[in-house]
Design a protein around this ligand. Structure first.
Ligand code: SIN
Ligand code: FE2
Length: 202
C-alpha cells in the first residue's frame, strides 16, 4: 500500500462503537442527513451526508464541491465534533492541527463511491482519518495517479483508516458494501466518518 496509508482494524471495540453511534445520533438530530448532488449536472449521489465541526464538506449543482460552516438545508451551523472523535484524532494523527470537519457518509446497501482524491482542503498537512461503523465495505486505494495499481481493503465496523504522507492525495473509493455483515445499525447500512483539517493553522 502507498506510504502513509495505515489500517487499524478493530480500533474501536463494541462499547466504543455504540457510544460513538449515540454521539452521531445526536449530531444527525440537529443536522439531518441529506442527499448531495453533483456539481453542474445536479445528479444525486447515492451516499447521504451530513457533517459536524466548524466546517462541513458538501456538493450541490450550483455551488460544487466546497466547505461551509452551515447545513445546506437548515442553514444552521454544524454541531460540534464529538469529544471521542477529537480524542481519536489526537491518537492517530498526533502532531497534526485539530480537525475542523467531520463528514458523515451513510451508505445504504447499493451505495458506492467512485475513485477520487480528497483535495478540497486548503492545507494538506494533516492526514484524513476515516472511521467505519456498521456493515463491512470493500475500500479501494491506489496511488497519486488514477491509473496506478489499486488494492482493496475490507473496512469493518470499528476500523480506522488513516491517509497521511504520500497517501494524503491517493485515489480511493468504496467498491461496495456487504449488507448484513454487522448488527450495529438496526436498519443495516454503513456509516463512514472522515475527519479533516481544512484551513492552515494560524
Ligand atoms: C470517502 O472517501 O469520503 C469515504 C471513504 C469510506 O467510505 O470509507
Ligand atoms: Fe475521500
Amino acid at each position: 500500500m502507498i506510504e502513509g496509508a495505515q489500517h487499524f482494524p478493530d480500533y474501536l471495540d463494541a462499547t466504543a462503537q455504540s457510544a460513538l453511534l449515540a454521539d452521531l445520533r445526536r449530531v444527525v438530530a440537529e443536522a439531518p442527513l441529506y442527499t448531495p448532488t453533483m456539481p453542474r449536472t445536479g445528479k444525486p449521489l447515492s451516499v447521504r451526508m451530513t457533517n459536524c465541526g466548524a466546517l462541513g464538506w458538501l456538493t450541490d449543482k450550483s455551488g460544487g464541491y466546497r466547505y461551509q460552516a452551515t447545513h445546506p438545508e437548515t442553514g444552521q451551523p454544524w454541531p460540534a465534533i464529538p469529544a471521542s472523535l477529537l480524542q481519536l484524532w489526537s491518537n492517530v494523527a498526533s502532531g497534526a492541527p485539530a480537525p475542523e470537519a467531520c463528514l458523515i457518509n451513510f451508505y445504504a446497501d447499493r451505495t458506492k463511491m467512485g475513485l477520487h482524491v480528497d483535495r478540497d482542503e486548503e492545507t494538506l498537512d494533516a492526514p484524513v482519518v476515516s472511521v467505519s461503523l456498521g456493515d463491512d465495505a470493500w475500500f479501494r486505494i491506489g496511488g497519486l495517479d488514477r491509473r496506478d495499481k489499486t488494492e482493496r481493503v475490507l473496512l469493518r465496523s470499528g476500523d480506522v483508516f488513516v491517509m497521511g504522507g504520500s497517501a494524503r492525495l491517493a485515489y480511493h473509493g468504496i467498491d461496495r458494501i456487504l449488507p448484513g455483515t454487522s448488527m450495529l445499525l438496526k436498519g443495516g447500512g454503513r456509516i463512514n466518518l472522515t475527519l479533516r483539517r481544512v484551513t492552515r493553522p494560524a
